[in-house]
Design a protein around this ligand. Structure first.
Ligand SMILES: C[S@@+](CC[C@H](N)C(=O)[O-])C[C@H]1O[C@@H](n2cnc3c(N)ncnc32)[C@H](O)[C@@H]1O
Length: 219
């Protein structure tokens, strides 16, 4: 193994990255700011700011029309994907929190994309098991409880259209993923990453974006 080419992400460099990405829409900006102002203690759950434009980009790149999101929180990733959908596209958004997702509902309505989002409040595994058999999903964004990632994966992969894209957040889990002494979510992500690598149904890469982002294409 040779040296990494990744520069250290200093605050200055991070600000530069944000400044050289597409700017957030007014609706995205307002949602991020509302989340940090009103839910300060939990705002760290929000998908990283630079991932909003990335998710929009991936929806446009793939031409996705049928999206499933697992882990909605206040709806930033949902909004970012819904805003990029073509006419007739939809996002099924899974979460267990009425309180957090109510912030998203308001933002989606303000942004004019509420009719593209089907929010389902229930343990995500129940929602996923009740989805039609595949293949029909074009794009998945997985960003919920890490201990269930493998179970979600096993429900989602068979429902993916050929060429469909699974986008999975936090696959470096704060850098703890390399420490075999860590249990909990870090161990769950370690097991998940091994499962993805061994899965011949997908073509996958693990990127050093934010807290680690895996892209997997259904073959
Ligand atoms: C990291 S946050 C998602 C962030 C979101 N993608 C965004 O853009 O801000 C994780 C979310 O997963 C939800 N969650 C946790 N366990 C869940 C479960 N068993 N079923 C469904 N949602 C769950 C939490 O309520 C929380 O809103």
């Amino acid at each position: 193994m040779y040296e990494t080419k990744n520069p250290q992400l200093t605050p200055e460099l991070y600000a530069y990255v944000l400044a050289h990405n597409p700017p957030l829409s007014p609706a995205q900006r307002a949602l991020v700011d509302t989340t940090h102002r009103e839910l300060a203690a939990d705002a760290g759950l929000q998908t990283a700011e630079e991932q909003g434009p990335l998710l929009s980009f991936l929806v446009r790149l793939t031409g996705a029309r049928q999206i499933v999101e697992v882990g909605t929180f206040t709806g930033f990733s949902t909004l970012s994907m819904a805003a990029a959908l073509p006419e007739g596209g939809r996002v099924i958004a899974c979460d267990i929190s009425e309180e957090w997702t109510s912030v998203g509902r308001a933002a989606w309505a303000d942004a004019g994309v509420a009719d593209r989002i089907d929010l389902r409040i229930a343990p995500a595994i129940e929602t996923l098991r009740a989805l039609p058999e595949g293949p029909w999903i074009d794009l998945v964004f997985l960003d919920a409880d890490k201990g269930s990632y493998i179970d979600y994966w096993e429900e989602l992969v068979p429902r993916m259209n050929p060429g469909g894209l699974l986008v999975v957040d936090n696959t470096l889990f704060h850098g703890e993923v390399t420490d075999p002494g860590r249990g909990g979510s870090a161990a769950a992500i370690r097991a998940f990453n091994a499962r993805v690598r061994a899965d011949e149904r997908v073509d996958d890469v693990l990127l050093t974006v934010a807290d680690g982002l895996t892209l997997a294409r259904r073959v």
